[in-house]
Design a protein around this ligand. Structure first.
Ligand code: 3PG
Length: 219
């Protein structure tokens, strides 16, 4: 279960970070991402609609691997898992959330920014970690520096990533996927611009394929 989520997110190479105000937008949003070749979505607990949005995507667009983001408490992790979230993403390393997920065999990606936090995650057996906030903490330079001591770790850098700098992250061997809100911004969702979300998704997937030397025929 855990391994299959990591595999799926790594294959896609992108994790759209979503803040949804209206639950009605959840299904069209997931469909728009999917149409653009991105079969995953991290629905953040920054809005009250999060749990119900996760539930709708899990039930109505099951081909999209839905997870919960900005999970700051065990209670939110519980709400997310009950709604059908297949993974939990947190901005920082909270041992209580990590333990709760590990006990239930739910994939968890805690945020790390320092070698100490990476060591704490490794001690829990986690080797795929959110790297947050990527651009502010040193971006690709820091990721390169971390590659030598932490050879078994793969990162999901998030924070300040967009179409312009995406390729520089994806080119690093210790990057599993890149997260970000640029693929489906609050404004685009609120304005119902789902075709634009599909376009941005395709654009990013093309970059993933180009950087990895993969065929673009499936897009
Ligand atoms: C997150 O929660 O992962 C970030 O807020 C996303 O960062 P971005 O908005 O800079 O993409």
């Amino acid at each position: 279960m855990y391994a299959s989520v990591i595999e799926e997110l790594s294959r896609i190479g992108l994790v759209p970070v979503i803040a949804l105000e209206r639950v009605e937008d959840a299904v069209p949003l997931a469909q728009a991402l999917h149409a653009g070749g991105i079969a995953c979505a991290e629905i953040t607990f920054r809005t009250a609609a999060a749990a119900e949005a996760i539930r709708r995507i899990a039930n109505e667009v099951p081909e999209v691997c839905v997870g919960a983001g900005t999970v700051l408490t065990v209670q939110q992790a519980q709400l997310a898992a009950d709604a059908g979230a297949r993974y939990i993403v947190a901005p920082g390393f909270d041992p209580a959330i990590v333990d709760w997920c590990l006990d239930r065999r739910i994939a968890v990606f805690p945020g790390v920014a320092t070698p100490t936090e990476i060591s704490m995650a490794l001690a829990k057996g986690l080797t795929t970690l959110k790297f947050f906030p990527a651009e502010e903490i040193g971006g690709t330079r820091l990721l390169k520096a971390l590659a030598a001591p932490f050879q078994q770790v793969r990162f999901i850098p998030t924070g300040g990533i967009n179409a312009a700098n995406l390729a520089t992250y994806l080119a690093l061997p210790n990057v599993a996927a890149c997260g970000g809100s640029w693929l489906a911004t609050k404004a685009l969702i609120e304005q119902g611009q789902f075709a634009e979300i599909t376009r941005l998704s395709k654009e990013a997937r093309v970059l993933v394929c180009e950087v990895r030397g993969e065929s673009k025929e499936m897009l």
